[in-house]
Design a protein around this ligand. Sequence first.
Ligand code: ZN
Ligand code: ZN
Length: 332
Amino acid sequence: MPELRQNRFTKEWVVIATERAKRPEELKAKHEVKPLPAYVQTCPFCPGNEALAPPEVWRTPASTDGDWRVRVLPNKFAALCREGEPTRKIVRSRRTINGVGIHDVIVETPDHSLTTALLTDSQVADILRSYKARFEAASADPRVAHVILFKNHGVAGGTSLEHPHSQMIASPVISSQVRGRLSEALRHFDEYGECIFCEVLQEDIADPVRIVLLTEHFAALEPFASPTPFYTHIFPRRHMASFGAISQPEVEDLARVLRSVLAKLYHGLDNPDFNYTIRTAPHESAGVTYYHWYLSIIPRLTRVAGFELGSGMFINTVLPEAAAEFLRNVKV
Ligand SMILES: [Zn+2]
Ligand SMILES: [Zn+2]
């Protein structure tokens, strides 16, 4: 009998379709893993082609007279405009706000051919430090209400540019998805006096069937109500509402955990397309006791179809416990 499981953070239900359960390895990416060149002449993110992209806003190391490891640039095809004021307009039922915000591209490595799974831990730590620096700068902008850091990898992940990169969008509004997650967390805190995320984390660590990786500062796990195969959360073990509160040792530990989980996916499932995103509290809720930031990795192994669009409910054909076991066993 299939089992419906409820996501404790969003209250959404997921159908765990054990009747048509797939073994994790049946979901391996169908595409060929073809090697990429380390440098491409027309790529705006390759070293030496800096003039093809807008002037950078950040680099590691900071000096401009040598090689860079990570660069941050304004997105050439930005979703939001860096100049102007987020003026609201309400005309009868129509609400609008000027599309003011920040849209950055984080170029993760000078090497065109690499992907996060193949980088070193210290390179991933450089990327995370650039996230933190840009997150803090964007959060300090009074026009910004919420900052979303994310990576799209592969065609199904929504990217057409091969060069390893991630993005940051600082938006003038807080989305209703984020508001919903915050208000569910607040409701839980008011009722039980504890952070729902800390509670779930303690439960999963005590009964580690869905744990993929546990380190001093982070836990990578498959959520109980995982909506799609291999959906993976990485939680800081210390309570923090905002990604901006991450400490230096935590950045280094997160780099190891993120790279290891992505390497397990890369080697275990043949470089699947994926997205990841950091789900942080907005700046106005940065220190709250009831919300807890985390990073979600969403491999794009299946397609969203009519039922998901019509109901918001997902059908997952891989048991999260089986996905966790599979990932634990991929040696990286
Ligand atoms: Zn490139
Ligand atoms: Zn917490």
